[in-house]
Design a protein around this ligand. Structure first.
Ligand SMILES: Nc1nc2c(ncn2[C@@H]2O[C@H](COP(=O)(O)OP(=O)(O)OP(=O)(O)O)[C@@H](O)[C@H]2O)c(=O)[nH]1
Length: 773
């Protein structure tokens, strides 16, 4: 019987797995101690204390290749795996309840796998065990979840359960792997893949095709160069083992399969021995018998999740095998016990890794060549980091902001605000002087006549005085403070949006919102005080407005342009109405409306007449609109004439020329408002914006935030990805070269039996696994 692993060439029959890798054979020691049932050192090493355990794990570290290869594999995983870059793993397959989880947990020393009747393993679990010889803590890390170090194994178990159960019931399995690494001073360096257990028939709530889906998923993983750990329970006939059947299909010569027989304690020792000596499917790497049950106490586990269960399992196993002399009697021919299984796994993985060294190195070389070529062609070898990209983008944006501040100052704000007030003046004129609502075409308005009579009215007419005074009051009490602040704030917001659109930040939602927030923060902070200041400063105009000749002349000129523009718009609208409806039809409708209005026809009669003349309701509406525009155009022409007339040459005649007077008021309001808007809002914004921007997009960002920012732009993401891919491949190759140099030196010094390529072994006649087991 072999309790510890045998060194290379210690025999084994090569057919029934009698050989075992690892430490020197200590069968005799085992035999002697097996008699003393439950002896602590019976199966290879002391299990009495923590130190002993760690020492044993350190001893296991005679092989560094796997560790280094796991490091390389982690680098390659960051590159984004392609088939060629995948390094070998040990794949665990077996029927449901065959004991897969128990074996894995015995290797790890903790209960951490999902448990439950409801098919809880639904995704492959890629488990990397990392030996940390000097480490004091045991912990797990999920590569893709960013949960950090999980020292509580029940929380690892919960996370695994949640991730598995997140696969929808109707799919039941998914081939998207969960990547988990466990770091501990007591685990060997291994990379294992746990898969959903094979089922015979789908359960009540499970899809019919589930059996086939699980088999297909397992088939994907059990391909070469992976090592297969085929788990079968001793209490089930080996001929019915789904794991061994699957294994045989892909590995007919039994070269890369380890048979694990669990639940050895559930059958008679003689039967258990017969299973281990099975000749039906001979495995070069052999069969290992284990008892992986965690000791229970009164039906309850006596260990908390965070207690390392390695010693408990080993003790339990030792006491079982020790109590049955049949196992000892079988001598060198069988391998039993979890510690031996661990060693075998390490040795086999190490060997497989060594076999794949050259192939992996060639694959990395090829990938690197491609990445280097692409980097040269696409980016001319220009290095780009997320940090430099952000810094450059920020500088460029600040530069364009500076240019904007130079082009948008007081004169521009003045123009903006005056335009807004011009519209208010036109609205007031329309409301109070030009009044003829579009939907009231029946009755002529008294005001229509009055406006035509304005130039000839009495100079002290109370009617016209009241009209202008009320209009002026409406204008000054419009809420100029809020209105003007709003106009400027809106303009600034729009300009900032335009700047973003013209910058690299255009492709970055994170930066866009940072700029928007910076803008809003300053504008919101200043809004109310600016509005109040402006309102206070225009207050005097609410009571008295003195007009100078110069102001009157300028406004007289300005108003003519304003009225001409208004007239143009009226005429354009009328023209486009004619084009859409047709001149003739529109003319008919207009004549109808004008006639009805002249006759002051009641609405009911008008509808009757409309129907009789065949004019539709829609056409009538168009007719009304056209009559309104025609009237408005005539009115404006009349007022243009008045403004140009001698009467409006003089500011003393302001009641005859409301358009000019209101423009003077609008001008004064604009000038005063701009003065304060400039001090209170514009200058403040220009001063604070770059600082607010730095707060949001500058030094305070973490590396991850900057990386996430840069990756928002697909072009930049591609550039950074390719560059990182190239760098990671270079790093992997560098590590690979040092591993290969180490292996070659071992070979040349005779310290290693591991050939770099099949056939390069010292004794190639021993075959692929020659001398190892
Ligand atoms: N007596 C005994 N029971 C064992 C042994 N190994 C596992 N068991 C028990 O067998 C049952 C199934 O074991 P698991 O390790 O959960 O089996 P599994 O293959 O992972 O099961 P699924 O996850 O359902 O596919 C559990 O109740 C274990 O306690 C053993 O060596 N001896």
């Amino acid at each position: 019987m072999q309790f510890g692993g045998a060194t290379a060439g210690t025999g084994g029959d090569g057919a029934n797995g009698g050989g075992d890798g690892g430490e020197g054979g200590n069968g005799g020691k085992g035999k002697a101690l097996a008699a003393a049932s439950g002896a602590a050192t019976a199966f290879g090493y002391s299990t009495s204390d923590e130190e002993g355990k760690k020492q044993a794990a350190k001893d296991d570290q005679i092989m560094v290749l796997t560790k280094k290869m796991i490091e390389i594999r982690n680098i390659l995983q960051r590159v984004g795996q392609t088939g060629a870059l995948t390094l070998p793993s040990i794949v665990v397959i077996g029927s449901q309840s065959s004991g897969k989880s128990s074996v894995l947990e015995a290797i790890v020393g903790h209960e951490f796998l999902p448990k439950g009747a409801n098919m809880v393993t639904r995704r492959p679990i890629e488990l990397t065990l990392v030996n940390t010889p000097e480490g004091t803590q045991e912990y797990g890390e999920f590569a893709d979840l960013g949960l950090g170090k999980l020292t509580d194994f029940s929380s690892i178990q919960r996370t695994l359960t949640d991730l598995n159960l997140a696969v929808p019931e109707e799919d039941c399995v998914s081939d998207d792997p969960i990547r988990l690494s466990i770091y501990s001073p007591t685990v060997p360096d291994l990379s294992l893949i746990d898969l959903p257990g094979y089922i015979q028939i789908a359960g009540e709530n499970q899809p019919e095709e589930l059996k086939g889906k699980i088999a297909a998923l397992c088939d994907k993983y059990i391909q070469a160069p992976n090592v297969i750990l085929a788990i079968s329970a001793a209490d089930v006939d080996l001929a019915n083992s789904t794991a061994l059947r699957a294994s045989r299909r892909v590995d007919p010569r039994g070269e890369r399969t380890i048979g694990v027989i669990t639940k050895m304690d559930l059958v008679e020792p003689a039967r258990a021995l017969a299973i281990l000596n099975d000749k039906n499917y001979p495995l070069r790497l052999g069969y290992v018998g284990v008892v992986c049950k965690v000791p229970q106490h009164g039906g309850l586990a006596v260990f908390s999740r965070n207690t390392n269960i390695t010693s408990a399992i080993t003790k339990n196993e030792n006491s079982y095998f020790g109590a049955h002399p049949e196992f000892a009697a079988d001598g060198e021919r069988i391998t039993i016990g979890t510690p031996n299984l661990k060693k075998k796994l390490m040795t086999v993985l190490e060997q497989t890794m060594a076999q794949s060294l050259q192939g992996t190195s060639d694959a990395i070389h090829q990938e690197l060549e491609e990445a280097t070529y692409e980097f040269k062609v696409q980016y001319n070898d220009r290095m780009l980091t997320a940090e430099t990209y952000l810094a450059e983008s920020l500088d460029a944006f600040k530069h364009s902001f500076k240019e904007f501040t130079e082009s948008f100052g007081r004169p521009q704000v003045r123009e903006l605000l005056k335009h807004e007030l011009d519209q208010k003046v036109l609205d007031l004129l329309a409301q109070r002087y030009w009044n003829r609502p579009i939907n009231d075409s029946n009755r002529p308005r008294p005001d229509d006549r009055a406006l035509a009579e304005l130039p000839t009215s009495e100079a002290d007419s109370a009617f016209w005085h009241r009209k202008l005074d009320a209009s002026t009051s409406s204008l000054t009490k419009l809420g100029i403070g809020r209105m003007s602040t709003n106009v400027l704030a809106t303009a600034l917001t729009q300009h900032m949006e335009r700047l973003v659109e013209g910058s690299t930040f255009k492709e970055h939602p994170f930066a866009r919102s940072a700029i928007q927030e910076a803008t809003n923060t300053i504008l919101n902070e200043r809004f109310y005080s600016t509005a109040d200041q402006v309102e206070n400063c225009i207050k005097p105009y609410k009571f008295e407005i003195d007009v100078e000749d110069r102001e009157w002349d300028s406004s007289r000129h300005n108003v003519q342009n304003l009225l001409k523009e208004e007239l143009r718009q009226c005429e354009d609208s009328l023209k486009s109405l004619k084009n859409t409806v047709g001149s003739k039809k529109l003319g008919q409708a207009m004549t109808f409306v004008e006639k009805a209005r002249a006759e002051a026809l009641p609405i009911r009669d008008m509808h009757e007449r409309r129907e009789a003349t065949g004019i539709s309701q829609a056409l009538l509406e168009r007719g009304r609109e056209a009559v309104f525009l025609k009237d408005r155009a005539e009115l404006i022409k009349m007022r243009l004439g008045a403004v140009k007339s001698k009467q409006c040459n003089n500011k003393e005649n302001k009641y005859y020329c409301p358009e000019i007077f209101l423009d003077v008021v609008a001008d004064k309001l604009t000038a005063t408002a701009v003065l304060f808007l400039n001090v209170e809002l514009l200058s403040e914004f220009y001063y604070n914006f770059p600082r607010e921007l730095d707060n949001r997009l500058g030094r305070h960002l973490t590396h991850d935030q900057i990386e996430a920012f840069a990756r928002e732009d697909p072009k930049i993401r591609k550039h950074i990805d390719l560059q990182q891919r190239k760098q990671l491949l270079e790093l992997a190759l560098q590590k690979m070269d040092s591993v290969m140099a180490l292996e070659n030196s071992k070979i040349s010094s005779g310290a290693s039996e591991l050939p770099l390529r099949p056939g390069r072994s010292k004794d190639s006649g021993r075959g692929r696994w020659g001398g190892m087991f």
